[in-house]
Design a protein around this ligand. Structure first.
Ligand code: NDP
Length: 240
């Protein structure tokens, strides 16, 4: 039986690429999304991968969704915490709401989802959790104290849970993408993006499938000794 992977924010951008790559690698895959219905419908039609709607910032909703998915598809053996948002502003302009929302979705979502699937993985003595961090959680970024803090938190979360899960066959790793050509980066003003690309040694934005490549690697049967690590995929922009 194929192992079941759940990818949050899996219906577009990096998450979509991760879903497709995991499916290609032989996993059964389920995706989550929060609001873009049309996009999710098109994704399921094209890929055959079911998509479930809930907000990863809602603790109870995560538990309920995991129960529903496991009843329909079997135990979740791979969790990719990919769902994320930005609410950018410099400190003077950032509101408490912008801070709260980014922390609750990006970092709170990782806790909520891991809390729902980790007990089963531990009991079955096999699991893969991959958290999508960010170069901006490693290096910081003007206008992103909320996002950088949430992503840096993900890196700490990863190392702590990795230590808890290791002896139960549950690995926990992070992937830290650089700037990737998705809707999230399309929201960056072109003049800012031009300056960002100029600082990437590879001379271009990354592609979503290049992040998926790293995630699939960390989910492999033979990746059981890799835990607590952060795989940076950023075209050489930041070496951590
Ligand atoms: P996109 O904005 O393209 O897609 C985000 C996905 O997350 C969507 O599927 C969205 O669902 C889902 N999502 C957002 N909020 C929630 C929520 N509260 N509950 C459930 N799902 C949610 O993002 P990217 O593909 O660019 O980014 C994916 C991940 O990679 C994020 O964690 C991001 O921080 C990280 N990253 C991205 C980089 C980049 O350059 N693009 C760089 C570094 C890290 P819906 O479609 O319904 O809105």
């Amino acid at each position: 039986m194929a192992r079941l992977a759940l990818v949050t924010g899996g219906t577009r951008g990096i998450g979509e690429a991760i879903c497709l790559a995991l499916k290609d690698a032989g996993f059964a895959v389920v995706a989550n999304y929060v609001g873009s219905e049309e996009r999710a419908k098109a994704f399921t039609e094209q890929s055959g991968i079911p998509a479930y709607k809930w907000n990863v910032a809602d603790h109870q909703a995560c538990h309920d969704a995991v129960a529903r998915i496991e009843a329909a598809h079997g135990p979740i053996e791979v969790l990719v915490n990919n769902a994320g948002i930005t609410r950018d502003a410099t400190m003077l302009k950032m509101t408490f709401e912008m801070w709260r929302e980014v922390i609750e979705v990006n970092l709170g979502g990782c806790f909520n989802m891991a809390k729902a699937v980790y007990p089963g993985m531990r009991e079955r003595k096999w699991g893969r959790i991959v958290n999508i961090g960010s170069i901006n959680g490693q290096a910081g970024q003007i206008g992103q104290v909320n996002y950088a803090a949430a992503k840096a938190g993900i890196h700490g979360f990863t190392k702590a849970l990795a230590q808890e899960g290791a002896r139960f066959g549950v690995t926990v790793n992070a992937v830290a993408p650089g700037y990737i050509d998705t809707d999230m980066v399309a929201a960056v003003p072109p003049e800012v993006l031009e300056k960002i690309v100029a600082r990437i040694p590879a001379g271009r934005l990354g592609q979503a499938h290049e992040i998926a490549r790293g995630v699939v690697f960390l989910c492999g049967e033979d990746a059981g000794f890799i835990t607590g690590s952060t795989l940076s995929i950023n075209g050489g922009q930041h070496m951590y």
